[in-house]
Design a protein around this ligand. Structure first.
Ligand code: DC
Length: 228
C-alpha cells in the first residue's frame, strides 16, 4: 500500500496501546516512529536526577533553565537516550509514571518537547503518539487517530507490561495511576488531552493488533483514495 508523505498523529488515554499500534504502523508503512510521551518521561527522570522535584511533588523553577542542558534523543532502535545513554527502562518505572503528568503540565516543558518533536519529524513520514499531537503539535497531520479502551483492559495491559519487565505492581495501584493521569492530562491548562474533531476514533478494547492494522488501512484507503 503506497501511503503519502504524511504525519500520522495517534492520541488517546494512557495504556490504550497507542505506542504498540503506532510502532506497528511505522513498521508496516516504512515510517519513522516518535514517542512523545517518552520525551515527557525523560524530562521527569532528568528532573528527579537533578533533585528538582520536591517531596510534595512540586517542581523547582530551576527546571526551566536546567532544560537547556538536557540532550534527549531516540537511538536507531527507537530507545530513549539522555546524553546518548539509553534510559528506556528507567523512564518506564512507576516512580517516573507517578510524577510525569505534573511535569507534562508545565508550559515550558511542553514547549521544550514540541520543539524536539518538530526537529525530529522534519523529514515527514512519521507516526507520532501522545496526547496533543493532532490538536496542538501537528494540527495539520494527514491522519489523526484517537484511541480509547475500557479501564479494565487498560489496567490489565499496563500491569502485564510492568510485571513482564520484572517490576512489582499491583493492579489497583496501576488503575489508580491511570485514573490520576487521565484526570491531570485532560484537565491541565496547556494542551489538555482532547479528541481532535477531525480524528478517527479507535476503541481497541476487543481488537487484536492485526485488526487495528486492517482498520487503519481501510481508513487510509478511504481518506486518500488509495487503490492498491
Ligand atoms: O504515553 P505515556 O504514558 O508514556 O506518557 C507519559 C505522560 O506524558 C502522560 O501522563 C501524559 C504526558 N504526555 C503529554 O502530556 N503529551 C503528550 N503528547 C504525550 C504524553
Amino acid at each position: 500500500m503506497t501511503i503519502p508523505d504524511i504525519v500520522i498523529a495517534v492520541d488517546g488515554y494512557s495504556s490504550t496501546g497507542k505506542s504498540s499500534f503506532a510502532k506497528l504502523m511505522a513498521k508496516e508503512f516504512g515510517f519513522l516512529y516518535l514517542d512523545s510521551g517518552a520525551l515527557y518521561r525523560a524530562v521527569t527522570l532528568f528532573a528527579q536526577r537533578e533533585n528538582l522535584i520536591r517531596k510534595d511533588n512540586s517542581v523547582s523553577a530551576s527546571l526551566r533553565s536546567a532544560l537547556g542542558t538536557l540532550k534527549v534523543d531516540f537511538d536507531r532502535e527507537g530507545r530513549t537516550c539522555i546524553d546518548s545513554v539509553v534510559v528506556e527502562n528507567q523512564i518506564r518505572t512507576m516512580s517516573v509514571s507517578s510524577q510525569v503528568s505534573p511535569i507534562a503540565a508545565l508550559p515550558y516543558v511542553r514547549e521544550f518537547v514540541d520543539r524536539r518533536l518538530h526537529e525530529m519529524a522534519s523529514g515527514g513520514r512519521v507516526v507520532m503518539d501522545g496526547r496533543d499531537i493532532g490538536t496542538t503539535v501537528f494540527p495539520n497531520a494527514g491522519l489523526k487517530i484517537f484511541m480509547t479502551a475500557s479501564m479494565e483492559v487498560r489496567a490489565q495491559r499496563r500491569f502485564l507490561e510492568l510485571t513482564a519487565k520484572g517490576q512489582s505492581a499491583c493492579i489497583e495501584e496501576v488503575k489508580k495511576n491511570l485514573q490520576e493521569r487521565d484526570f491531570i492530562d485532560s484537565h491541565r491548562e496547556t494542551s489538555p488531552l482532547s479528541r481532535a474533531a477531525d480524528s478517527f476514533l479507535l476503541d481497541n478494547s476487543n481488537m487484536t493488533m492485526e485488526q487495528e492494522i486492517l482498520w487503519v488501512k481501510g481508513v487510509l484507503q478511504g481518506k486518500f483514495l488509495i487503490l492498491d
